[in-house]
Design a binder for this molecule. Structure first.
Ligand SMILES: Cc1cc2nc3c(=O)[nH]c(=O)nc-3n(C[C@H](O)[C@H](O)[C@H](O)COP(=O)(O)OP(=O)(O)OC[C@H]3O[C@@H](n4cnc5c(N)ncnc54)[C@H](O)[C@@H]3O)c2cc1C
Length: 446
């Protein structure tokens, strides 16, 4: 049995019976194990319980988080787990992980040069390493290595500098020669005649991939088990404000009050912040990806090329998963287009000529919250009880565990964790940007 029956609780604010709260307090998630697998095999796997509830929203919570992607769900999970705050609702306009969380190419890494990024993403990678066990849900983290290809001596110099910085920060990094790259990626064209000559590469062995949907589902399950209400098909359409505080969110399923509010809506950050009455230094751009038909195992690492603007890996299902740069113009259209597909396929064939006969199967797009320095904003907003988690650009999937960890800390303590102390909104006004690429205030170059 999934829920243990208990008497329904009473919401003091509305004096209505709220069965969901009773369930929340009573719920014990089934532990996934070899024994539960064997037990359920006896009933032909037809009696597995639901992984999380779908409660009716209550009228009031202690914390409301807008956005049921990985970041919002992870924040709810760590609010409950690390800070004992379980009176939380995650409000999602569609379905869990239907935003960028379920649209990304699943690369996780912490190969950053600047200290704030390096420490933050390394914390994330450490959480990835134990996440399946922590959540009792297989997120399929696969440390198969991430290689950044060097196509020139300048690339090699830059990678040597980045690798050294990573090592000084205690992060694994190896500078590879061309021969070492060729040995690790046999199908890569490392010949002198290659369109983009390979001079070597920077490897992070602990980098790799994880299953994106499973991350959303695992955090949802863990948060739900601790009493968090996860409300899907519920769009936030307005924010009610009293002076410098938000008092409630207006949603398609009614008004919900709370003491604190967190925004984790990725590409819709600017849109939702406008409801609160302020502008964010964020632009929304589409990032696209595509997958090939499934192949037998041909690529057992992640290969990226900054110069070619291309990256590729092979999923556990056998599909080649690839993508390139963001679209250069602003858009909220979550779809792909032919120029981006052409660019990715051209790049793939230039680097891996033997993939030229592979057929592409599916393409899609997601809306990215591109910040002005390419680094995220996790912290306080101009309003007293509204907190921001945004500016993830094209790299927020790998950040999911640390983002949730730090966002929960910030909401619970009304002050940032040491790991997100630098990622403030006011760093742009103070001239303390964290510009990993040195690209300047142009979101489309980060
Ligand atoms: C093609 C592609 C490839 C990528 N590849 C990688 C990669 O390899 N590695 C990596 O680290 N990152 C990658 N990313 C980036 C990464 O996916 C995102 O940064 C990350 O998933 C953001 O998570 P999130 O929870 O903040 O956002 P989302 O998953 O987008 O969640 C935000 C949620 O908010 C909801 N929402 C929005 N407005 C409202 C509203 N008004 N009311 C209620 N709910 C609302 C949305 O429906 C959405 O579900 C990629 C992204 C794309 C699109």
């Amino acid at each position: 049995m999934f829920f243990q029956p208990r008497p329904p609780a009473v919401d003091k604010a509305s004096s209505k019976l709220i069965p969901s709260l009773a369930y929340a307090r009573a719920r014990t998630a089934v532990k996934y194990s070899i024994f539960s697998l064997a037990r359920n095999a006896l009933s032909y796997h037809e009696r597995w319980p639901r992984v999380w509830r779908s409660p009716e929203p209550r009228r009031e919570y202690e914390v409301v988080i807008v956005g049921g992607g990985g970041h919002g769900l992870a924040a709810a999970y760590y609010l409950a787990k690390n800070h004992g705050i379980t009176d939380v609702a995650v409000i999602e306009k569609g379905w869990l992980g239907g935003g960028n969380t379920g649209r990304n190419t699943t690369i996780v890494r912490s190969n950053y040069y600047l200290d704030p990024n390096a420490h933050f993403y390394e914390h994330s990678l450490k959480l990835w390493e134990g996440l399946s066990a922590d959540l009792n849900f297989n997120v399929m983290y696969s440390p198969r290595g991430v290689i950044n290809l060097a196509h020139s001596y300048a690339d090699l110099d830059a990678y040597a500098r980045r690798g050294n910085a990573m090592r000084l920060n205690g992060i694994d990094a190896e500078l590879l020669t061309r021969e070492e790259v060729a040995a690790r990626v046999p199908l890569l064209d490392c010949s002198p005649a290659a369109r983009y000559p390979i001079m070597g590469g920077l490897l992070q062995p602990r980098g790799g991939v994880a299953r994106h949907d499973a991350v959303a589902w695992g955090y949802a399950r863990g948060a739900d088990a601790r009493g968090v209400d996860i409300i899907q098909q519920c769009e936030v359409t307005g924010l009610q404000r009293d002076g410098n505080r938000i008092t409630a969110v207006e949603t398609t399923r009614g008004t919900i009050r709370a003491k604190k509010f967190g925004l984790a809506v990725a590409g819709h950050s600017g849109h939702v912040a406008a409801m609160a009455g302020f502008r964010l230094p964020i632009e929304t751009h589409v990032l696209q990806a595509l997958v090939s038909e499934p192949l037998k195992p041909v690529l057992d690492t992640v290969v990226t090329s900054g110069a070619v603007h291309f990256y590729i890996s092979q999923s556990d299902k056998g599909e080649l998963v690839m993508g390139g740069d963001i679209d250069g113009y602003n858009s909220y259209g979550q779809r792909s287009n032919l120029p981006a597909i052409e660019h990715s396929v051209q790049s793939m064939i230039a680097l891996f000529p033997s993939f030229s006969r592979v057929r592409m199967m599916r393409t899609w797009g997601g809306v990215m919250d591109m910040s002005m320095d390419g680094s995220p904003i996790i912290g306080k907003s101009p309003l007293d009880n509204l907190y921001l988690d945004c500016g993830w650009c094209y790299g927020g999937f790998k950040a999911t565990p640390a983002s949730g960890w730090c966002f929960a800390h910030t909401i619970a303590n009304d002050a940032p964790h040491a790991l997100n102390a630098a990622f403030t909104l006011d760093r742009y006004a103070l001239g303390k940007t964290i510009d990993e690429k040195g690209g300047g205030p142009y979101p489309w170059v980060h």
